[in-house]
Design a binder for this molecule. Sequence first.
Ligand SMILES: [Zn+2]
Length: 226
Amino acid sequence: MSALREAELLHAWERGAAAPPAARGARLLDAAEQATLAEVAHRAAAVYAETFSAAAEVLLTCRCGETLELSLDLATLAGPAPRPEERTVPGVDGDLTVRALRVGDLVASATAADPVTELLARTVTRAGLTAAPTTLAPAELEAVDDAARDLAGAAAITVRTTCPSCHDLLTAGVDVLALLWEAVDRRARTLLVQVVTLAAALGWSEADVLALTPQRRRAYLELVGA
Ligand SMILES: [Zn+2]
């Protein structure tokens, strides 16, 4: 899938809307449970770039209150970047293996009482056995976190910039899947308003309205005074 055509976009939007918030981006792409978040995020970047624009605007708020707008180049993130499936990190009581997060982990943890603990329990093992998150030392948790970020690739982007007001260095995590969901949600709601407007004025069906080119639809919307 590359660019989402309008009818597809509405189906994708329905799938996303029915999912828990953390899994909306993956669900709208209809990603398999076994797909890693890195793979899904690369796909999300490609779909965003081809459906909306090559760059996404990201808003950051500094501690001083200043709001900064950054442009995130999604076209470069969309390129192929195979990630390893797992990483080994040294542990206090033997090496820990950290497995890349998959869509299924995200969906399962979204409804857990403690999503972070659930994700750790699903992805961290020691000598082939689940390493209970409560038994991990702070240094181990830190190493696990670094490894998980590395494995997540495009799903865990950090942007850095300097605030023009207070000159503080700002860093923030950007979730490409959430950006895609927000853009699809906005576009879907605009489309629905157009469908309702033309259906009410002219008696057309949803399929009739979506079959129009955007130019022709705009012209009809102007004619009915929308
Ligand atoms: Zn500032």
